[in-house]
Design a protein around this ligand. Structure first.
Ligand SMILES: [Ca+2]
Ligand SMILES: [Ca+2]
Length: 174
């Protein structure tokens, strides 16, 4: 449980200084807005602001505290997973937005090429790893990732307790 939250921390900590600040946390919704997706950016921004506030509170910090260390981040994520809000609001919203942003041609499926484009942007270049991750996501083996398959992966990552059904590879950066 702790390991996957550390992986997510490294994913969000783009400056690699061992601290996630509020700007890094909000960079994804801000990017959506700058790409013209105002509505999606606003929705995700609201969700991540609430996430940030709750993670700060779990560390006895004010909601608007500007940065979290990795240890504080793990405490915050563990507290979040115990809440209904996380299961019912955060997880489905994140899954939908993540799916939409990977589905670049908007045909409601994610192809291997779309998955590869996403991983390349995150600095992953090992094509065997990219393909094996794609196969893990493609539960029914039809060669594409559906919205349901992505939602399963994000849900398992966020709230799954089964270590044999681990989706940390979604967020591994190299
Ligand atoms: Ca597509
Ligand atoms: Ca599939």
């Amino acid at each position: 449980m702790i390991k996957k939250w550390e992986i997510l921390f490294d994913y969000v900590d783009t400056t690699r200084d061992g601290i996630v600040d509020i700007e890094e946390m909000m960079s994804y919704p801000n990017r959506l807005v700058s790409e013209g997706k105002q509505e999606r950016g606003k929705l995700l921004g609201d969700i991540l602001s609430e996430t940030w506030g709750r993670m700060c509170e779990a560390n006895n910090l004010p909601r608007e505290h500007a940065s979290l260390t990795k240890a504080q981040w793990v405490i915050g994520r563990r507290a979040l997973t115990k809440t209904d809000w996380f299961r019912k609001t955060y997880v489905p919203t994140l899954a939908t937005i993540h799916f939409e942003s990977l589905d670049r041609d908007h045909d409601n499926t994610i192809t291997l090429d779309e998955w590869r484009t996403y991983k390349h942007k995150r600095g992953v270049t090992d094509d065997a790893a990219i393909q094996s991750a794609f196969k893990r996501l493609d539960l029914d083996g039809d060669g594409i990732i559906s919205q349901e398959e992505m939602t399963h992966a994000i849900t398992q990552f966020c709230i799954g307790e089964d270590p044999s059904d681990d989706y940390s590879f979604l967020y591994i950066v190299h």
